[in-house]
Design a protein around this ligand. Structure first.
Ligand code: ADP
Ligand code: ZN
Ligand code: ZN
Length: 660
């Protein structure tokens, strides 16, 4: 009787054995339904054996073997093995999470009756390439066969997408498939349109989490069957089976949303490179402000650097960037006079302006000026954030909300102040200054609906808005040709952030938000309001000199011993009872120290959000200047962590963490 080894979505590093009378080697990589305790679970067959490891009485038969969709290939399974090994995450969870939810159900899969038809847009021909683009495309086409990572560093508007399109065309002509990753769901529709216009004959699917369950499976299967030639998707698409994959493109490769922050904490960018290496194919990482890690990989020769240093459209110039220091007298200004005048000018000329507010750590909180009381969330170590319009206080971490109190609960003071400059406060101030202007605020609150962004973008493009106010969300993608002035407020916090990636993030945001200005024929102007106009980060920005910024950043990190000069992993643990996490972390640290050869082990410390939704969170950093040594340590450590685990403590390893 054949025995199958099955991977299940269970937080344990082991496989499970079942009897499967009809199973053959052709079923490896297929879905099975199996009994598990008193439940049933969907699993994936990883091996067929003639004899079981456990005793015959322990072995139970499978409930169903599904052959309705293709099996995972050996390549897919090898990739999942890699992910599981590198991120030290149970293999079963890696594989089952790679399946779209519609194929994970114990009720099985029923295909929808009707399939949605896509309307073909008009074809758009390839433009003549700029000299920079030609050089880049030539280098990609002229590469040696096999694995080759490219870092395409091109200023905003330099035509990186055009380079991808040319590289993709080449691969499509060979009858191979292409995977294109993009950081934002919001950006997929415009990218999708551009691809369809260019490759009307190449079937395209886009994959992201915002699809209906059935639709997502249907698209996934089209990629897996080899029918879809272009697969466009957000980070989860990196796991999609693509049998004839010939090229991977990662657009905006520096973007933090490639990092999954729950479950297996993977970086889709790094996995794209790993997958390309396993398949011996090229991978292109593109950005105007590459991640320092990627930049360093190019500097040290691991990646081939391709540069686009001119804007692609004839006549399009880079925006003129200016630093504005707000005056402190008579009172500190939220928006400086110079900025207000510039906004007025745009209104007079019927041009659009964009006011970007760096909100990280700056959301407005409620404060009592008499006794110093600050309104904090009772379940998290975070301040409640003022939402003026809804007349509420909300916790941005656990979602708790209450109405704004009228009096200070400690001293009874009735004049509570809201401090910090949130989008709403700035919106209110702008409305006061420019009562006639049509002002639109865009942030995660106003964009909670799915198609809100598309609607907002259309409103802006048709010129129905004078001043656009918003947060990080505005930084990405979307061209608004009518915008001639971009203002950035609240940027200084990031300069002195305790996170060593703070300045990298700020530089990239400012470059991108500046890129929103003057894309068309009109030159754009950018004003950055700061108290520190001499800061080297701004000096590099004024000159549009990413390389200068990156070089300094690399040197600082080398001196300080930060990535990319060390490799890091963090053990993160949470529990309702503080004592439980603390004792777990102490034991985890003792274990680590007893096996850490050449790996530095730090003491457990509270996470930046020390309490979240009523749970205490601790973290422990391990780092080493050698990636393999860190990996060897993590493998041994993880195996032992299971022995000291406690039932009410959740823990996870975060390899190459983005947030310390
Ligand atoms: P990036 O992604 O580098 O910011 P895009 O690829 O979006 O830049 O290109 C910016 C603009 O320039 C787009 O409107 C694009 O159509 C245009 N463009 C790109 N390449 C060329 C070219 N060779 N000739 C003319 N226009 C181009
Ligand atoms: Zn909270
Ligand atoms: Zn008070």
């Amino acid at each position: 009787m054949p025995i199958v080894q099955v991977a299940l979505d269970i937080p344990l590093s082991r496989l499970f054995e079942y009897e499967a009378p009809t199973a053959t080697v052709a079923d490896i990589g297929r879905r099975v339904l199996v009994p598990f305790g008193h439940e049933e679970k969907v699993g994936i067959i990883l091996a067929i054996k003639t004899a079981a490891d456990c005793t015959p009485e322990q072995i139970r038969p499978i409930k169903a073997l599904w052959q309705d969709v293709p099996a995972f290939s050996q390549n897919d399974l090898a990739f999942f093995h890699f992910c599981s090994g590198y991120y030290h995450h149970p293999l079963g969870q890696v594989i089952l999470n790679a399946l779209p939810p519609g194929l994970r159900k114990i009720s099985g899969w029923t295909p929808p009756k009707r399939q949605t038809k896509t309307v073909m847009p008009e074809t758009v021909p390839f433009p003549l390439l700029t000299p920079d683009q030609i050089t880049a495309v030539k280098q990609i086409h002229g590469r040696a066969p096999g694995f080759q990572p490219f870092l395409l560093h091109g200023i905003t508007g330099s035509g990186k997408t055009e380079v991808y399109l040319n590289a993709i065309q080449h691969v499509l002509q060979q009858g191979l498939q292409v995977l294109v990753l993009t950081p934002e769901i919001n950006l997929t529709p415009q990218l999708e349109l551009r691809f369809r216009q260019r490759f009307p004959l190449a079937p395209l699917v886009s994959l992201h989490s915002n699809l209906g369950e059935k639709e997502r499976v249907v698209r996934w299967l089209r990629a897996q069957s080899g029918e879809a030639l272009v697969i466009l998707g957000t980070r989860l698409a990196v796991f999609c089976p693509i049998p004839h994959l010939g090229l991977i493109v990662v657009d905006e490769e520096h973007d933090a949303s490639y990092k999954q922050q729950e479950g297996m904490r993977y970086s889709a960018r790094d996995l794209a490179v790993a997958r390309a290496q396993m398949l011996q194919i090229p991978v292109i990482l593109g950005s105007a402000t590459p991640a320092i890690e990627s930049w360093w990989n190019a500097q040290s020769g691991r990646y081939q650097l391709l540069k686009l240093s001119q804007r692609a459209q004839p006549g399009a110039r880079l925006p003129f960037i200016q630093l504005v220091q707000p005056s402190r007298r008579p009172a500190p200004q939220t928006i400086s006079k110079t900025v207000l005048q510039a906004l007025q000018q745009r209104l007079d000329r019927s041009e659009q302006s964009l006011v970007f507010i760096n909100r990280r750590g700056y959301a407005p909180t409620l404060l009592c000026g008499q006794c110093g009381w600050v309104c904090s969330c009772t379940r998290c170590s975070a301040r409640m954030v003022v939402h003026l319009r809804a007349h509420q206080l909300r916790c941005h971490h656990c979602g708790d909300r209450c109405t704004i109190p009228l009096h200070c609960p400690l001293c009874g003071n009735a004049r509570l102040e809201s401090i910090g400059e949130g989008t709403q406060k700035i919106e209110a101030e702008l409305r006061e200054q420019f009562p006639e202007a049509r002002i639109l605020r865009i942030d995660s609150d106003t964009l909670s609906r799915q198609d809100a962004w598309t609607e907002a973008a259309a409103t802006i493009q048709s010129g129905l808005v004078d001043i656009l106010v918003g947060t990080q969300i505005l930084v990405k993608g979307h061209d608004f040709p009518g915008i001639t002035l971009v203002v950035a407020l609240n940027v200084d916090g990031a300069l002195f952030s305790n996170d060593f990636r703070g300045s990298e993030r700020l530089f990239s945001q400012l470059v991108q938000v500046a890129g929103r200005a003057g894309r068309a024929d009109r030159p754009g102007e950018v004003m950055i309001q700061t108290e520190f106009p001499q800061h080297p980060l701004f000096m590099a920005l004024l000159r549009h000199d990413y390389e200068d910024f990156a070089q300094r950043e690399v040197e600082q990190r080398r001196l300080a011993g930060f990535p990319p000069f060390v490799y890091q992993a963090i053990l993160r643990a949470t529990a309702e009872k503080a004592g439980l996490v603390e004792s777990f972390m102490q034991e985890a640290m003792q274990l680590a120290k007893s096996i850490a050869e050449g790996v530095e082990i730090y003491d457990p410390v509270p996470a930046p959000m020390a309490r979240l939704a009523g749970k205490t969170r601790l973290q422990l950093l391990a780092q080493c200047n050698n990636r393999n040594r860190l990996q060897t340590f993590l493998t041994a450590w993880q195996a032992q962590l299971f022995t000291v685990a406690r039932s009410r403590v959740n823990w996870v390893l975060d390899v190459d963490p983005l947030e310390l």
